[in-house]
Design a protein around this ligand. Structure first.
Ligand code: FEO
Length: 405
């Protein structure tokens, strides 16, 4: 019944869309849904690359059968074992009992650990190739992008890279599969949000993987989420390169917690100071309203970060505290940092924010504002001043002595 998109000669898209799930990994909202991508190569031997979330096994198998009719699948290549891609392995093995599951040593350990599968497997090593007939597949181990077993498979014949999660993004595929068929605008911010929240901690392994891919003549990237990149391969690779080097664009995020609006007014003044100082990209987030995944996306996107926080029960505002933990987990590097705070009878927030900046090894503006109770004129002006100082720091190269210190 299904008419599958042919991506390159004898390579078909057999993935599915998920518009039901509210939160990916039960944490990250999916306003545009998500796709689980899988690909079929129909040569003398037939290979299936990755599977899909178990909730979509039936549709998945129907798509495969529409392509293969009575032919069987010889190899199931597993680039990534996270269950959104490995969830249908057992199901596939029931339909194709003679299928050989191909993966590296760590893949096969996980295959047994998650699904109790230890037969009909083929362990491959880095650089090894597998011939399907005309198509020659080459395996590249790329550990910790973002799991230990992650690898990529390169179809040398058609110059197609099956990259696992790398270069993927949130967002369903609405009719088209390849970037040439669609308006890709909605996917770029979702790629950064995906990267920031899921891959973010692993900048160094991503850099190693990118270096490993450099000699390959990649014409098409088939990721496990989002569009197939054909026209915009270099844009997708550039985003991964920039994110994994923690290179923020010119701009600043002002994120604040505020119970009664006093810290919020300070944040408004800081943002005004940033703009007065010449920063055009200023993004504000109320930590209690914005989703943390969006805040992290913007922190990855921009170089500057200003955090404002009231003291709450002699601690940080709990929502800011939770955000700091999320930033720390991702080990975000090279941010230009400033902070401000407020309190009613005992100020603690600023001290803790200063410690956080130190722990993250960020360049920090040595000027801050801490207001007691309502915002007064002098501190309103100081907040504007703080914004200007951040703007100044953003213009100072990291190697030179910061102008604000
Ligand atoms: Fe799409 Fe790491 O799973």
């Amino acid at each position: 019944m299904y008419s599958n998109t042919e991506i390159a000669k004898e390579i078909y898209y057999v993935g599915v869309n998920d518009r039901i799930k509210h939160k990916f990994e039960n944490m990250l909202p999916l306003p545009h849904g998500v796709s689980y991508n899988s690909y079929l190569i129909t040569d003398d031997k037939i290979a299936l690359i990755d599977t899909v979330d178990v909730c979509y096994s039936e549709i998945f198998i129907d798509k495969i059968k529409s392509q293969l009719a009575d032919r069987t699948i010889d190899y199931l290549i597993i680039n990534h074992m996270e269950p959104d891609h490995s969830g249908s392995i057992s199901f596939i093995r029931k339909y194709y009992p003679n299928i050989t599951v191909v993966g590296n040593k760590k893949t096969l350990e996980m295959l047994e650990g998650y699904y109790g599968i230890d037969d009909n497997t083929l362990e491959i090593t880095d650089g090894e190739t597998l011939s399907l007939g005309r198509h020659q597949l080459q395996f590249h181990l790329t550990p910790m992008v973002h799991w230990p077993e992650t690898m990529m498979t390169f179809d040398v014949t058609e110059n197609v890279l099956f990259s696992g999660d790398a270069f993927g993004c949130f967002g369903t595929l609405d009719g088209g599969v390849i970037d040439t068929q669609m308006n890709t605008d909605k996917y770029w911010d979702e790629m950064i949000r995906y990267y920031a929240n899921i891959v973010g901690k692993y900048g160094s392994p991503v850099q190693k993987a990118l270096q490993k891919l450099t000699p390959l003549d990649i014409k098409i990237i088939c990721s496990t989420h989002g569009p197939v990149w054909k026209e915009q391969v270099s844009k997708a690779v550039d985003i991964y390169d920039r994110m994994s080097r923690y290179e923020g664009k010119e701009g600043a995020v002002v994120v604040y917690g505020s119970m009664y609006g006093n810290t919020e007014q300070m944040a408004e003044a800081v943002a005004q100071g940033l703009v007065t100082g010449g920063v055009r990209n200023v993004v504000m987030h109320n930590v209690s309203k914005s989703d943390a995944s969006d805040i992290l996306r913007d922190i990855f996107k921009y170089k500057g970060l200003v955090i404002g926080c009231p003291t709450y029960c002699n601690e940080l505002h709990p929502e800011i505290d939770s955000l700091l933990k999320k930033i720390e987990i991702r080990a975000i590097k090279k941010r230009e940092f400033a902070y401000f705070g407020s309190f009613s009878w005992a100020g603690v927030a600023n001290k803790k924010l200063a410690e956080f900046g130190e722990k993250m090894k960020w360049r920090t503006v040595n000027f801050t504002v801490e207001e007691k109770m309502g915002l007064k004129e002098n501190n309103y002006q100081s907040c504007i001043q703080l914004g200007k100082k951040v703007a100044e720091l953003l213009k100072t190269p990291e190697t030179s002595e910061p102008a604000c210190h």
